[in-house]
Design a protein around this ligand. Sequence first.
Ligand SMILES: Nc1nc2c(ncn2[C@@H]2O[C@H](COP(=O)(O)OP(=O)(O)OP(=O)(O)O)[C@@H](O)[C@H]2O)c(=O)[nH]1
Length: 672
Amino acid sequence: MILLQWNGVQFKSLSNFIALVFCVFVSTQLFASEVVTTNITEVPVTLPQVYETYSYEEKVDWLKQAIDNSKSRDNIYRLTTELVFQYDLNNETELIRSTCQSLPPESKDLDYRLLCVTAHVDNDETKLKTLVVLQKDALEADNIRVAAESSSTIAWIYSSFGEIEQAFRNYEIALPLAEYANIYLFNDVTLNLATLYIVHGDSEYVEKGISLMLDAIERVNNLLLDDPSASRYVENTLARIHFNLGIANTFHRTNYPQALHYFGLIDPELTELRQSVLVFSSLAYAELNNFEESKALLAQSFQVPSSQTFNSDYLKCYQEVIKVKLDDSTEIEQCHLLSESTSVEVQQDLLKRMIDAEHAELSLIGLQKLYSLYINSLLPLLKQNSGKSASRTELTRLQQESRLKGELINKEKALTAAEQEKLASQSNLTIAIIAVFILLLLMVVLQLRQKQKLADQFAQMSLFDKLTGLNNRHYFEQNIKREMRFVKRAIEGDRYTPIAIYLFDIDHFKNVNDTYGHDVGDEVLIEFARRINEAIRDSDMFIRWGGEEFLLVARLFELDDYYAIAERVRGAISDTEFELENMLKLKVSCTIGSVIFPSSPEDDLTRPWDQLVKLADNALYMGKRQQRDCWVCVDKVIAEENFSLVLSQDLEDSIKDNLVEVTHSIKEFDRS
Ligand SMILES: Nc1nc2c(ncn2[C@@H]2O[C@H](COP(=O)(O)OP(=O)(O)OP(=O)(O)O)[C@@H](O)[C@H]2O)c(=O)[nH]1
């Protein structure tokens, strides 16, 4: 697909950035005081200080010499990985590939593994398998960047297979990780997702994709303010976005003036895009009946070299279609040769233009190719999707599909007959065109139903709460396991760094809604979230749990923080009145219940997170029953075998039975 192929170029520059991050990592590790490990991938390569001042060629020479002179296998490995990262900085994919072959990465060396799989010329299916293993390893090792990058590439490959559901699932994994990992990766994933919206969504999703891209333009420009050395990345990324916006306007919005606007923003010196920009601009002018401009740009497009990075043979067919439109030529040789491996998105656009052309043979080829596109690509996809559901509406859809298929087969017969008679007469052709367009219309209706399903999936996959802008429960469910693994690994490394899970519930919130209305209630929720956000660390995970309940996961570097955080949040809410719109001032308070995991290094480290949340909820409700505007922190469940009993009863009963230890801020605790 045109947009994704361009990604090929972008991927390269992103991996440059990754290598840069890795080099910074390597050099900072160099100065770490003591590294006591025997693991080959954890000990940084030793480089002289002057190395940093070398040019790329000098670095490569120095590294090659150091490898030749080195006797230790470990040292050779580390120097080689540094060499590969240098190659990557200089886009030397061939060299990366051969080095990866002669010295394959260690399984724990996730960064090097990522570079090798990215550079390898495997077919996409093999690459996908390797990436899925890498993604799993990176998630387990908490290597966020590699996890994000591998998930994003997996999503991209799935989308090129047309497996959109899988593509979205993997972008769903990649997006929060990428946002956390770095802004470059975040931009990359966002742009790929935007592309997916545009290519596979209905008009609403096309607009959504476009607005994601417009946001990204702003983010990328801001990057330049912070870091002037990012100018090359900024230039390339902006060109990519402008190009994609141009294509979106050409293919999906048929807004040619807008398309020309975006194509016009692309630096003509970017040779990889030069020919595509010229051809598509010429097409847009032709559609706007500005034949003079169209002709001039088309002539230029023949003068510039084709892209070396991605296969753009289909441009030759576009050139012929434009020439036919300009009444300049009747040759259609290149459209005859249009490859079936051209992306579906491009084929759909191009074939429609061929069928529309006032050139009988070109229209006929367009129809034939459209038919094989339907049989080979669209029909299997429709079948694959329809097989998943047996609902009544789905069955109706299947019936329509099979009728459509039958009609298309008849149409094929008609077309074959027409071909045997050499060139079909213009009138027969017109009938065929009208018939296929009716069928196309039916297909569009069917696809819209499919897209509705997609739209539902998009909504489900959202990680944000619309009202407060916080992450939501879905986000928590995706990330809590990682937090718990962090705790477990710290304990395995003899460090006790527990996490605390707090649940916050606004007191008598129903009264606020009932007295002042839902809008004021919403305002209170927003202010509530803002105050807590200010009282906690940026790295804490703070989410809207649902309704007027919020949840916080905080890493505890000091045990006293456990109570201090609860008290700080309580005070942040109730110490000062909420000042709302229309001069309304409200006294708001909340009750807090919390649990610590693990309560000691000997605790059960495999405890499911939902049990912890349930225990925090029990603590919260004790606070509600006893007083409100207070916190209740469960310190310990005394014996493991009591855990399920503690979950099933009121916390007061567990305290009475000596099953738990609890610290709280309740003034007069009622034990009865
Ligand atoms: N304005 C607004 N209200 C919401 C939202 N989500 C949930 N609510 C309301 O939150 C209220 C929760 O009320 P209850 O669960 O009865 O509890 P409460 O009144 O807060 O009383 P306690 O929790 O016992 O102190 C309900 O009235 C919900 O309608 C929202 O997004 N906006």
